[in-house]
Design a protein around this ligand. Structure first.
Ligand SMILES: [Zn+2]
Length: 266
């Protein structure tokens, strides 16, 4: 059964099968997402994604053993700190905060933790932390990325004239429109491009084999104003957001089924 961690009483928690139940911890962020999307975009996505996952999982296994932990609303958003409203931990604080949550959970006997990364900047710490937790406590920690942004079905939602959709662009704005449409001011949309030292670079990118860590200021409007988003959000719709959520959830199901079947004693 999939339940919310916070809804259980102490007695109910005592009765949970700790060896087989997965604790899913969604990792959100509070950071600027351009002129049109809310600061809580990643946090809202982190709240909604487990529900989409649940909908897909119960089709495969109505008794799927999982507890959904409350969203961690703040993450690593250092690259956005110079834009109004963004809030970030420093990497060591974030690491230790998550470590102590995981330490408490494993203390009660849980063996399988999943970090659901709903903001790309959180991923490196989630990866490092997972290895350390496995070493220190012998538990199994898995890291899943929540948005299937490179999936062909998701890519097909992007408007043809929107050539590079990244942070705060059409895809993320569509996702917020699917769940909290009242927070999106689509009419204020501006397009963000790779600018500054990035302009015209082919070998160096934001991530991948040859990368340089980016700051929001590297993303600018056509006339050079720092905007901190990549892409053109104007084509965003709630329908597209629904497709992105559903497809992203679907792509995570095979991994979650394997985590369910992972033999902790093998
Ligand atoms: Zn985001």
């Amino acid at each position: 059964m999939i339940q919310n961690y916070r809804d259980l009483t102490r007695k109910e928690m005592e009765a949970i099968d700790k060896e087989n139940t997965i604790v899913l911890i969604p990792l959100g962020a509070i950071e600027q997402h351009g002129s049109q999307a809310p600061l809580g975009t990643d946090m809202m996505i982190a709240e909604a994604m487990p529900q989409y996952i649940k909908k897909e999982l119960v089709k495969e296994d109505p008794d799927f053993p999982m507890l959904i932990f409350p969203v961690i609303p703040i993450g690593l958003s250092i690259e956005h700190l110079n834009f109004s409203g963004s809030v970030s931990f420093k990497p060591d604080t974030y690491y230790h905060m998550l470590y102590e949550i995981a330490e408490s959970i494993q203390h009660h006997g849980f063996k399988k933790l999943v970090f659901l990364v709903c903001h790309g900047g959180n991923r490196p710490v989630a990866d490092m932390l997972s290895r350390q937790l496995r070493h220190d406590f012998g538990i199994f920690t898995f890291v899943l990325s929540s948005g299937a942004f490179l999936d062909p079905v998701v890519q097909a939602t992007i408007s043809p004239e929107n050539h590079w959709d990244f942070h705060g662009g059409e895809m993320e704005t569509s996702m917020v429109m699917a769940i909290h449409p009242e927070t999106v001011k689509l009419g204020l949309s501006e397009t963000g491009y790779k600018s500054g030292g990035y302009k015209g670079k082919k070998a160096l990118n934001f991530s991948g084999a040859a990368s340089i860590n980016w700051m929001g200021e590297d993303l600018r409007t056509e006339d050079g104003r720092p905007i901190g988003i990549g892409g053109d959000p104007r084509g965003a719709t709630a329908e597209k957001g629904e497709i992105i959520f559903k497809r992203s959830a679907e792509t995570l199901i095979p991994a979650l089924l394997e985590i369910r079947d992972w033999d902790i004693n093998a």
